[in-house]
Design a protein around this ligand. Structure first.
Ligand code: 13P
Length: 343
């Protein structure tokens, strides 16, 4: 493991004004996204759609520090034969790879999940490094439902797996993004999300320490502290920012170079406003870079504008460039809703 090299990659992933494009939808998830615009999820359509994003020059060069890819995409070539990985590298962005095999039912814990994918991971990481990946992602899913879920068992098994994955990544000179996602599905309030997120993060950092993972070469991808979608009382932007920063200051060691949020079902503008409020109000209280690693909040607008039609590519690229720029500004704490409308 070359910790200086890992640290340099992690720092570049949270460079000022930049964040991550999560384009690593699994086959099932990308089909759902394509179904929503009436496009068949063929290998060629998936390639065309992602190629269009990676060729959005301004967005990629100025605001996207790295792209998380799915196994199919890291091996794919653009229509003109250029590897998609090379398009990303040529734009000055870093290719990354999702390596988990998804959240599966956790034995003995009805309603809870554990993420699989550790078997053979050492060999897969070597393969991905040779293909150009310099960081990876593993997502654990923590649901909130009533008093009993999540269980300590669910959180500890997921934290253990995240740490095993992270240690293998670092051995392969790949920066691990550790993603323990506390879902925003449900009717729980923001304080319940705070409690579960804090417990989850503390369990995760205990495991990372126990398994000798170097935080200087690690990136955290968490949920924000936010009320469940079905909660009758939705917190203000300022409350989300204040509670999220408070929770992370309590649970995340300062040695970590960066935190990149998932959007998790927030609207694209909400995800931007929340990130902006944290960076605008609390930058001097945070030892880590705070940025985005959005899937839906970066892609919803371009996906809709594209609709699978080649004549819509310029409009879709403009929509992607706009969202990337808005989130880049939010990373700097310089976004405003007026800039949003100036699209
Ligand atoms: P969302 O931003 O759509 O939640 O996706 C991010 C991601 O990569 C989840 O693993």
């Amino acid at each position: 493991m070359d910790l200086d090299a890992l640290n340099a990659i992690a720092v570049a992933m949270v460079a000022p004004g930049k964040g991550i494009l999560a384009a690593d939808e699994s086959s099932g998830t990308i089909k759902k996204r394509f179904d929503s615009i009436g496009v068949d999820s063929t290998e060629e359509n998936r390639r065309d759609y992602r190629e269009m994003l990676f060729r959005t020059e301004e967005a990629m060069r100025d605001h996207i520090s790295g792209v998380i890819l799915f196994d199919e995409t890291i091996r794919q070539n653009a229509a003109d034969g250029t590897p998609l990985v090379k398009l990303i590298q040529d734009a000055g962005s870093i290719p990354g790879i999702k390596v988990d095999k998804g959240a599966k039912d956790l034995a003995g814990a009805p309603g809870e999940k554990v993420t699989e994918g550790l078997d053979g991971l050492r060999e897969r990481l070597a393969d991905y490094h040779a293909l150009g990946a310099r960081f990876a992602k593993w997502r654990a899913v923590i649901d909130i439902a009533g008093e009993e879920i999540p269980s300590g068992y669910c959180i500890s098994t997921n934290a253990h797996a995240l740490a095993r994955y992270a240690a293998l990544c670092q051995e392969a000179n790949i920066v691990p993004i550790v993603e323990p996602e506390v879902l925003m599905d449900g009717d729980h309030d923001i304080d319940r999300c705070y409690e579960v997120t804090e417990f989850t993060l503390k369990s995760l950092f205990d495991e990372l320490y126990a398994q000798d993972v170097a935080l200087e070469g690690t990136i955290l991808k968490p949920n924000m502290v936010i009320a469940g979608k079905g909660c009758p009382t939705q917190a203000s932007v300022e409350e989300v920012a204040e509670k999220t920063v408070r929770c992370f200051r309590a649970a995340v060691p300062a040695a970590l170079p960066g935190i990149v949020f998932l959007s998790g079902g927030q609207s694209d503008e909400e995800a931007t406003a929340h990130l902006n409020a944290m960076n605008a109000g609390y930058k001097d209280q945070m030892p880590w870079g705070l940025s985005f690693s959005y899937g839906r909040a970066l892609q919803a607008a371009p996906l809709k504008a594209w609709g699978g039609k080649v004549e819509n590519v310029p409009a879709a690229q403009a929509a992607f460039a706009h969202r990337a720029r808005m989130n880049g500004l939010a990373q700097l704490g310089q976004w405003t809703s007026d800039l949003e409308k100036a699209a």
